[in-house]
Write a protein that binds this ligand. Structure first.
Ligand SMILES: Cc1cc2nc3c(=O)[nH]c(=O)nc-3n(C[C@H](O)[C@H](O)[C@H](O)COP(=O)(O)O)c2cc1C
Length: 206
């Protein structure tokens, strides 16, 4: 069977894409408006982009009647926090994703704790095991979506997810997004060392 974006509705092709690009990490993005209103919402079109500088990106779809609250707040302040979603946060994360009016503070709605950040105005989610304070690096318009690139200024990591100073995925218990309303959890990790290939004039990396 062929899935051709020219012959399928955008909705049908979206369902195909989110069903095969899996599992996707989830950025639980906390922001604050210029007037001080808090917001937190999930975005799974999310990934790390570069190490130097440390950039991450999220893609925010357009919404009839104006930008999503997250994008509007990022534009107003130039700042946001990406919180990692673990299994314990799953239900509250999904609740925040409702199409709530802008005056709704999803921290209040779900009982999550806004903790002041060190370097940005947006608070972090106190219950999240890892929070990355970000400054807007650039915004890229891509058709119906805006790709927001953020530079990580500082990360807060709970000691509970560390083993010998490194984040331990079995303690982190990250949630991944699948197609439809499916989510993945990490129950088993396999280790596959990369082949070491010596090549003259090259140092490692990547
Ligand atoms: C797990 C999950 C992942 C999501 N990923 C995205 C995404 O990548 N881009 C997007 O525009 N919306 C995504 N959404 C929908 C937004 O969370 C939703 O539109 C939310 O209401 C936006 O909130 P805001 O208006 O407060 O910014 C996702 C929802 C869920 C539950």
């Amino acid at each position: 069977m062929i899935f051709d974006p020219n012959n399928l509705s955008p909705g049908a092709f979206y369902h195909f894409m989110i069903g095969v690009v899996v599992p996707r990490p989830i950025a639980f993005v906390s922001t604050v408006s210029a007037s001080g209103r808090l917001n937190v919402s999930p975005f799974s079109y999310f990934n790390a982009i570069t190490n130097r500088p440390p950039l991450v990106g999220i893609s925010i779809n357009s919404r009839a009647g104006g930008p999503k609250d997250t994008l509007r707040n990022i534009r107003e302040t130039g700042e946001f926090v990406i919180n990692i979603v673990n299994e314990a946060l799953a239900a509250r994360m999904v609740k925040t994703s409702g199409d709530w009016p802008e005056e709704v503070d999803e921290f209040e709605l779900t009982g999550l704790t806004p903790v002041p950040s060190d370097l940005v105005r947006a608070p972090r989610v106190g219950e999240s095991p890892v929070s990355m304070e970000c400054r807007l690096h650039r915004e890229i318009e891509l058709g119906d979506a805006t790709f927001v690139v953020g530079e990580i200024l500082r990360a807060h990591v709970s000691d509970a997810v560390l083993t010998e100073g490194r984040v331990d995925v079995e303690k982190l218990k990250p949630l991944g997004r699948l197609g439809g309303d499916g989510y993945s959890v990490v129950r088993e990790v396999i280790h596959l060392p990369r082949p070491r290939v010596e090549r003259a004039g090259r140092s490692g990396g990547g």
